[in-house]
Design a binder for this molecule. Structure first.
Ligand code: NDP
Ligand code: 8X3
Length: 259
């Protein structure tokens, strides 16, 4: 069977202002998709628009969204311009880590931000988008998991827990959608060099850079490539999970640091 063409299909990417989300926007642009892009820093997405059109995007629509805000998510999806409402692919990418502390020393505010974004935000967006996919009889939800969902690492406690939740929410959604044409995929990368560690360490550049020292990390483009691949398989194929790392990483705990 033929692979799916994403030409003129609407691809909604949360957290499109940076890292993997921005790379997904470029990769889906190259497929000729119509890009619906959201993040809190919408000005960053606005600045990407011309390049995305030059890269092949059929159209680009950007809006500001904090996925933690359930009402804002519901309103934004319910009031999309008519020509943007028929979402074909949802990439639940918005997410973050905050801090790297032993559990009893962790900041409760950090925990809330991670849970509210990585778990509850993903749920709010999914709940708002999936009914339309069911009504139209087509759609694909891609969730960003992590190697952190498989094996916890020291002081990763709550972040790892949020990604473990994503894993089972991903699987639960696929079970609930059995008997429909809507597909569900979790893309689970190891270390990818993005702004992730700068966010985790609240702008401490030196500490962030150390995370990727002496290894060759995945690039955001590597992950976007897997996401586009999973969404372009023939319509009867559901890629459940893609666990991917750099060759310098075996799992959450084991690295080949070249020094
Ligand atoms: P970045 O920090 O580079 O990008 C994170 C994106 O998420 C930004 O666009 C940010 O936009 C958005 N975001 C964060 N909070 C919110 C929010 N409340 N509402 C809307 N958007 C939000 O990190 P990555 O690209 O690395 O991370 C993307 C996803 O990939 C995350 O889910 C992360 O957990 C996951 N991941 C990352 C890995 C890595 O090693 N980098 C490995 C495995 C998974 P803005 O701040 O403008 O709102
Ligand atoms: C992000 C990868 O290993 O920094 O999910 O948690 S890791």
């Amino acid at each position: 069977m033929a692979k799916i063409s994403l030409k003129d299909r609407i691809v909604f990417i949360t957290g499109a202002s940076s890292g993997i989300g921005a790379a997904c926007a470029r990769a889906f642009a190259a497929e000729g998709a119509r890009l619906l892009l959201a993040a809190r820093r919408v000005e960053r997405i606005e600045a990407m628009k011309v390049d995305l059109r030059e890269a092949g995007a059929a159209a680009v629509h950007a809006f500001s969204l904090d996925v933690q805000d359930r009402d804002a998510v519901e309103q934004a999806i319910a009031h999309l311009p008519a020509e943007w409402s028929a979402i074909d692919v949802l990439v639940n990418n918005a997410g973050l880590s905050r801090g790297l502390d032993k559990l009893w020393e962790g900041k409760t505010q950090d925990w809330e931000e991670m849970i509210d974004t990585n778990v509850k935000g993903l749920l709010w967006v999914t709940r708002a988008v999936v009914p339309g996919m069911l009504a139209r009889g087509r759609g694909h939800v891609v969730n960003l998991g992590s190697t952190a969902q498989e094996i916890a690492y020291p002081s990763g406690n709550v972040y790892c827990g949020t990604k473990a939740a994503v894993k089972l929410i991903n699987d639960g959604l696929r079970i609930d959608l059995l008997g429909t044409p809507v597909r569900v995929t979790s893309i689970d990368p190891g270390m990818v060099e993005t702004e992730f560690s700068q966010v985790r360490f609240r702008g401490d550049q030196e500490r962030a850079e150390k995370i990727y020292q002496n290894i060759t990390p995945l690039t955001p483009e590597d992950v976007a490539d897997a996401i586009v691949w999973s969404t372009t398989r023939p319509s009867h194929v559901n890629v459940a999970h893609v666990l991917m790392t750099t060759v310098d990483q075996a799992n959450s705990l084991l690295f080949n640091r070249k020094s």
